[in-house]
Structure formats: structure tokens, C-alpha cells
Design a protein around this ligand. Structure first.
Ligand code: PRP
Ligand code: URA
Length: 209
């Protein structure tokens, strides 16, 4: 699918299957999400630009690769985005962090914003937006609208699961933003849940239902 990378690494797929099971505990769900997020982070940062620096090894001087440009930004779509954020920060501890607080109105499925905080200078940084679920994509679209308003123009979106309907909606609104996901599931149900999916990611992470 154009603009979508499915991360089919066996470890990602194995861990995702355990997360989907209804009997998986809150503690295991959170731990697995964190583990998977480091693997997703590895893929989404695969083509980051490198430059070189001169360093001294214990034996001699060498010109060694190092990341070029400004530190990247992870933008977490609250609440569930924080489950992906933690593992990403394990791999890129110096990244800056933005938080976009959104909840999905259960009747209209419209994304309602309740919080926004982002670094001032995101216009010259790569912004990786993280949210485990891309269902209708209303939340992801709203989060990216907000980040673009703040000046972001180099963005990527990472999810665990995506619905085909959400991908189509997302690509229509933000064709410039590549999507990375561990799975494209079958469809949305009448309540806007991803099928077969894993249920409500926020509730499963935090044990709120
Ligand atoms: C979930 C999920 C996404 C959104 C996806 O959040 O984490 O943000 O739904 O649905 P959409 O693509 O149809 O917008 P939710 O609104 O349940 O909030 P929560 O993370 O606080 O539980
Ligand atoms: N949000 C979730 O947490 N799960 C879904 O399946 C859809 C939206």
C-alpha cells in the first residue's frame, strides 16, 4: 500500500499476537507494547541521516558515524501513545517529546483535544507521531493537524494496528506523512473498533475497564 510500511519482523508479529489475546494481563500488555515499540523505533529510524565525527578509540583516531541534524521529536497521542513512547525513548533517549491529548467521542468518533504541549522549534526536526491504534484515523489526523499548525513539516506516523478505512482517511488528509504499522487489520466494526484488533488499547494498558 502506497505510503505504508508494514513491519513484519517475526518478533513484532509474535509479541503482537500475545497482546491481542483477551486473557493477556494489563502488566504483560504494557511490557509487550514497550518491547514492540523499540522494534518499531528501529524501523522508523532506519534511514536517518548520518554524518561523521573524529573520535579516539583506545587504539587510534577514526572518523566514525553519528546522527546528523537536530534531535528528533516523538509526539505521543495520549493516552495510549505513551505505551509506544517509552520504548522509543529507550532507543533514542535524547529525543524531545510532544504530547497531544485527544479522546475519541464514543458516539461521533470525532477526536476531542484536551491537551497540547510541544517543543517550540519542531519545524526543523523530524517528528515521529506515535499511537498504537489507527482506527478511523480521526485522532491521528487531528494530532498531525495540530503539529503542522505548530510548524512541523517532516513527520512520520507509527502505530501497532491500522484499519484499511483509517489508512485511506489518513492518506487523504496527510499524504506527505508515511505510516509505519505492525499490522493492517481487516476492517472497523460499527463502533469504530479495529477488527480483529486488540480491543481498547488505553483501557488494556491502564486497566481502566
Ligand atoms: C484510541 C487510540 C487512538 C484512537 C484511535 O484512543 O489510542 O488515539 O482511539 O481511534 P481513531 O483512529 O478512530 O481516532 P482513545 O480515544 O480511546 O483514548 P485513550 O488513548 O485515552 O484511551
Ligand atoms: N481505539 C482503540 O483503542 N481500539 C480500537 O480498536 C479503536 C480505537
Amino acid at each position: 500500500m502506497d505510503g505504508v510500511t508494514v513491519i513484519d519482523h517475526p518478533l513484532v508479529q509474535h509479541k503482537l499476537t500475545i497482546m491481542r489475546k483477551k486473557e493477556t494481563s494489563t502488566a504483560s500488555f504494557r511490557r509487550l507494547l514497550q518491547e514492540i515499540s523499540t522494534l518499531l523505533c528501529y524501523e522508523v529510524t532506519r534511514d536517518l541521516e548520518l554524518t561523521t565525527v573524529m573520535i579516539d578509540t583506545p587504539l587510534e583516531e577514526m572518523e566514525a558515524p553519528t546522527l546528523a541534524g537536530k534531535k528528533l521529536v516523538f509526539a505521543s497521542v495520549l493516552r495510549a501513545g505513551n505505551g509506544l513512547l517509552e520504548g522509543m525513548l529507550d532507543l533514542v533517549p535524547s529525543a524531545r517529546v510532544a504530547h497531544v491529548g485527544l479522546y475519541r467521542d464514543p458516539k461521533t468518533l470525532v477526536a476531542v483535544e484536551y491537551y497540547f504541549k510541544a517543543p517550540e522549534d519542531i519545524s526543523d526536526r523530524l517528528v515521529v507521531v506515535v499511537d498504537p491504534m489507527l482506527a478511523t484515523a480521526n485522532s491521528a489526523i487531528a494530532a498531525i493537524d495540530r503539529l503542522k499548525e505548530r510548524g512541523a513539516h517532516n513527520l512520520r506516523f507509527v502505530s501497532l494496528l491500522a484499519a484499511p478505512e483509517g489508512i485511506a482517511n489518513f492518506r487523504e488528509h496527510h499524504p506527505d506523512v508515511p505510516i509505519f504499522t505492525a499490522s493492517i487489520d481487516q476492517r472497523l466494526n460499527e463502533k469504530g473498533y479495529i477488527m480483529p484488533g486488540l480491543g481498547d488499547a488505553g483501557d488494556r494498558m491502564y486497566g481502566t475497564k
